[in-house]
Design a protein around this ligand. Structure first.
Ligand code: AMP
Length: 202
């Protein structure tokens, strides 16, 4: 199973992805995490990525496509994968379709978290105070929102047009509440029985 977790900055993609990873035994692949780790190691790619990320811009498609392709190749065939933060442009979505086709796989579902923008900005500014992420400045946050609306949001339509189940879920509320909604939406999208608390499984 290949799933995507999708949503604007601050919508809780990373948090939900970590929960789904543990609960459903999926390999969690976060392009933001990979880039932050490259940046921390100070590799040439990392230095360039750090500059772009701090400004709230998207790193070039070719670079991120190469990173994801090499990671996907390293994952055991048949392992379920949850992609977080990728694809963020239509070009990346097309590149992912090609990569997966080569591996005989395809995107099985998309979970899209929906959160009103003022709440996203509040959450990101709060995270800035707690974690001090370089791209959580007010200016970079505004740029990331702009990139999301202009380049990333259209990716959802790419999947809808391709017939991939897209489950839209409100990302407002606490982590467990949102996780329940995600589970139920996935069950609906994948035509499974609805989630009952305590029943286990997806
Ligand atoms: P995230 O942790 O997903 O919020 O990503 C943090 C930053 O990493 C983004 O604002 C981008 O600068 C960069 N980034 C992560 N994933 C991608 C991607 N798929 N394409 C381009 N840039 C990305």
């Amino acid at each position: 199973m290949i799933g995507l977790i999708f949503g604007p900055p601050g919508s809780g993609k990373g948090t939900q992805a970590s929960r789904l990873e543990r609960e459903f035994d999926m390999a969690h692949l976060s392009t933001g995490e990979i880039l932050r780790s490259e940046a921390a190691h100070g590799s040439p790619v990392g230095k360039e990525a750090a500059r772009i990320m701090a400004a709230g811009d998207l790193v070039p498609d070719d670079l991120i496509d190469r990173i994801v392709e090499s990671r996907l190749r390293r994952i055991e065939p048949g392992t379920s994968v949850l992609l977080d933060g990728f694809p963020r442009t239509i070009k990346q979505a097309q590149a992912l379709d090609r990569m997966l086709a080569k591996l005989g796989r395809n995107v099985d579902f998309v979970v899209a978290l929906d959160v009103p923008e003022p709440l996203l900005v509040d959450r990101l500014l709060h995270r800035a105070a707690v974690e001090g992420r370089a791209d959580d400045t007010r200016e970079a946050i505004m740029e990331r929102m702009h990139e999301y609306h202009s380049r990333t949001a259209p990716v959802l339509d790419h999947y809808r047009r391709s017939g991939v189940p897209v489950a839209e879920v409100s990302g407002v509320g606490d982590v467990d509440e949102v996780l329940d909604r995600v589970r139920n939406a996935l069950r609906g999208a994948l035509h499974l029985p609805r989630y009952k608390p305590g029943a286990g499984g997806i």
